[in-house]
Design a protein around this ligand. Sequence first.
Ligand SMILES: *[C@@H]1O[C@H](CO)[C@@H](O)[C@H](O)[C@H]1NC(C)=O
Ligand SMILES: *[C@@H]1O[C@H](CO)[C@@H](O)[C@H](O)[C@H]1NC(C)=O
Length: 209
Amino acid sequence: MTTIITTITTLLLFSTITNADNPPQPTPWPEQFHSVLVLNSTDELQLIDLYYDWTNGRNFNIIQYQLGTVLYDIEWNNGTSFFFTIDSDRQCSSVQLDVGILRPNWLAGATYVGQRQVDGFDCYVWEKADFITYYEDVVTRRPVKWVFYTGREAHVMTFEVGAALEDAKWQVPWYCFEQTTPVTTMEDISGTIRHRGLVDFGTRRIINM
Ligand SMILES: *[C@@H]1O[C@H](CO)[C@@H](O)[C@H](O)[C@H]1NC(C)=O
Ligand SMILES: *[C@@H]1O[C@H](CO)[C@@H](O)[C@H](O)[C@H]1NC(C)=O
């Protein structure tokens, strides 16, 4: 009996130590996925269609502002991004950065901070370099939510692994090559064109939003 208890105690101790030494790691992003996200900020809500396409080195955010504009944001791995509308305004701006899109393992090295209940899901939680808190479903290991250091929250409504957007949809409109306004920050440049790309925001360290 004593032996059994000792064994159990030892096992429990061992598993506790093991867990502390090996915290859960964030699941790398699939190389291609489509996700619908709901984001808030202090003054508005956004619905974002995110097409992450590491395979082809590109990332697409289609950003619907509540009862407002739809902003298209295409980012390539060579650092070029275009932000445009496709209504009669024909607005387009671009930015050239020296970093590409997020890598599938961009969360590697994040600090595990524990398990929390979020949006009704039991989640593992990590913090990455003071700019993002990331929540992943313990059961399915899908992302549930992430929160930027500004307090902006992205809630993951759908997560379709392997879903990709056809090549033709990645075409930038012609006026992007005629009257593109290069911007070096993500400031609101016209009242309509605003970059709120979730992906850029963290890794590219563009804080001037
Ligand atoms: C977004 O919503 C959450 C939850 O309601 C809130 O705590 C947070 O302050 C909001 N973010 C912003 C930037 O308003
Ligand atoms: C990056 O790639 C895109 C898409 O192929 C292209 O339109 C753009 O000109 C490239 N940018 C640079 C700086 O080469």
